[in-house]
Structures are given as C-alpha cells and as structure tokens.
Design a protein around this ligand. Structure first.
Ligand code: UFG
Length: 327
C-alpha cells in the first residue's frame, strides 16, 4: 500500500515508517519538523516538509503524491502537562490540523485512516484494566483534542464512507537501534531517567507520591514503540475487512514511577537519584490497558512484554545517541 505518515519524523511516526518500509509499503512522510528530526525519516520514504495548518501545502502534497491508499496520522501536540497550560494549542490546533488533513483525504478518495489516539481519554475509569467500553472522560485538553478527532472520524465515516481505526496508546516507550525518543524539551519519564544515568541531569523528580496506589506514585502501562508500530500496520491492513475500529493498546500491566526508576537502575547500573516533587496537573493515578480486543481481532501480540527489555532498548539508543539526532 501507499501510506501517508503525518509526523513521520517524530518518535512513534519515524519508527512506524521504518516498520512500514520493511514490510514492503510505499511511504510518504509529511512533517513540519517542530518536534521531528529529518535524520529520523527512513531514507526509502519520500519526505515532504510541511505543516498541516497550511492548506495549500496539503493540497500540493496530495497533488504530487497521487494514489495514497491510507493515512497514519501521528502529527500532533502530545503533552498532557503542556495542554493544561496552553489549552488552545491543543483544542484548536490538533482539531483544525486533523480537519485539514481529512478534507484533503476525502477530496482525493483516500478511504483508510489510522489515528494516534490516547489513554488520556480515560481520566476516571470505572474498571481496570481499561477496555474500549470504558466511558470517555478526557483528562486534559490534550485528551479532549484526540476525542474531537475521534468524533471527526465518526462523521467522516458516516458521511464519506471513510474506514478508520483509533489506536489509544498507553505509555509509548523504548527505542530501536536506528531510531529513538528525542524531544526538546524532554518530559517523558523513561528518557529523563536515562538522562540521569548518562550524567546529563542530577536527579529525576517524581511528580507526587501521595496517589492512591501501592507506593503512592502514578501507575502506567508501558508499551514498546515497535509493538505500537505493528498495531498500526495490522489495523491498516484489516480496515477493509473489519471496518472502523477503536483499540486500546498497552501491555496490560502497570508499573509505578518508582518501579520504573528501580528497573532503570538495574538496567543501567547507575544509582539514578530521585527526589519527590508536587503532582503534575492532569496526571491520573492509574492507567492500565486491556488490549484483548486487538489481540483477538487482529492477532496483535506485543514482542516486548517485560519492562526491563523495553528500558534496555531505550538505554542502548540513548547511549549510542547521548545528544539525540544531529538534525
Ligand atoms: N513523571 C515523573 N517525573 C518526570 C516525568 C514523568 O514523575 O519527570 C511521571 C508522570 O507524572 C507520570 C509518569 O511518570 O505519572 C509517566 O509520565 P510521562 O510524561 O512519561 O507520560 P504520561 O503518562 O504523562 O503521558 C503519556 C503520553 C501521552 C499519553 C499518555 C497516556 O505522553 O501522550 O501517556 O497514558 F496521553
């Protein structure tokens, strides 16, 4: 298939692009390089630098790359904490950018669409682990913006016959030898912990130890980025047969912030000092996924089920790229 990957120079998008190329697909990457890195784009993918807010650039993209069979939409603002400080950047831009993309998709008869959605739809879950029937209570403007896009897709499916899958990721992490996580500023737990191990930070600050969890720190479900990438490919390939779908994507087990730090100490052999700070606004106490639906319907099986293996893959990339990508 010929696949357009928005955000294909970013962390999850670039690794999914590489997996798509390896699986024999043709890939066009569209990325504004706001967070992405040109060096992360697989050399066999076509790369177009551009912004989803720029409708003329999008029109040119579709005019120059005809015959796109499906879109994987990663490009977006993605930080829970930032969205609590700059809500419109999320509520407006994530929605408008997705709407611009969908407008061009239907104008060019692109019938398949995979959305990077999020566990931040489930701020107040009634059951744990969280399955697709859980009620949606976005935990932040970020989560709300993804819910807006899920609703856009619902209407585009109904009115234009689009087939789509919403993949609600829990905590994406881990790296591959060639590509890894490089955000500026970095806000995610595992890369920050590894920066401490590399001597680039003095300590990790734990955001709150008074949550209603066994050790008082937040519990998350960490899923390797390659397993996420494989879920995208399976979902894209199954859309014609199964129709539109929503899948929660995680490993099904939760680890506290302190457990992540302890595991990283074992993997790196570094003491990784930590201090406890205040809670970060927008953080729910516990998020653990039930991914039974995607396992059953698509035969998805994560390769990385052990937190230690996930952190080791990240440690290898961070050691080899202590300052991230060159560009
Ligand atoms: N944390 C710390 N200290 C830090 C960084 C993070 O204690 O310096 C804690 C957070 O409070 C949280 C956990 O580590 O409890 C994980 O935080 P991350 O920032 O790594 O990830 P989030 O859980 O905030 O968010 C990630 C993605 C979101 C997605 C969410 C879904 O960034 O896009 O997972 O669970 F919505």
């Amino acid at each position: 298939m010929k696949i357009l990957v928005t955000g294909g120079a970013g962390y999850i998008g670039s690794i999914t692009t590489a997996e798509l190329v390896q699986a024999g697909h043709d890939v066009v990457v569209f990325d504004n390089l706001y967070q992405g890195h040109a060096d992360a784009v697989h050399p066999e993918a076509a790369f177009v630098q551009g912004d989803l807010a720029d409708q003329a650039a999008l029109k040119r993209l579709f005019a120059e790359h005809r015959g796109i069979d499906g879109i994987m939409h990663f490009a977006s603002y993605t930080l829970v904490g930032e969205s609590m400080e700059q809500p419109l950047m999320y509520l407006r831009d994530n929605l408008v950018n997705a709407a611009n993309l969908l407008e061009q998709a239907v104008a060019h008869d692109v019938g398949r669409f995979i959305l990077s959605s999020t566990a931040n739809l489930f701020d107040d879950p009634e059951r744990m682990p969280i399955d697709e029937n859980e009620r949606i209570v976005p935990g932040s403007p970020y989560g709300e913006s993804k819910f807006f896009v899920e609703r856009l897709l619902h209407w585009f499916a109904r009115i234009h016959g689009l087939r789509y899958a919403c993949l609600r990721y829990f905590n994406a992490c881990g790296d591959t030898p060639g590509r890894g996580e490089d955000h500026d500023p970095e806000t995610h737990l595992i890369p920050i912990v590894l920066q401490v191990a590399l001597g680039q930070r003095r300590h990790i600050t734990v955001f709150g130890d008074d949550y209603d969890t066994p050790d008082g720190t937040c519990v998350r479900d960490y899923i390797h980025v390659v397993d996420l990438a494989q879920a995208h490919i399976l979902a894209m390939e199954a859309l014609d047969q199964l129709g539109s779908r929503k899948y929660n994507l995680g490993n099904g087990s939760g680890f506290s912030v302190l457990e992540v730090i302890e595991t990283a100490r074992r993997v790196t052999g570094h003491p990784i000092p930590h201090v406890v700070g205040p809670r970060r606004p927008g953080d729910p106490a516990v998020l653990i996924a039930s991914s039974e639906t995607i396992r059953r319907e698509l035969g998805w099986q994560p390769r990385y089920t052990e937190l230690e293996d996930i952190i080791r893959s990240a440690w290898e990339w961070h050691q080899a790229h202590p300052h991230g990508y060159a560009k």
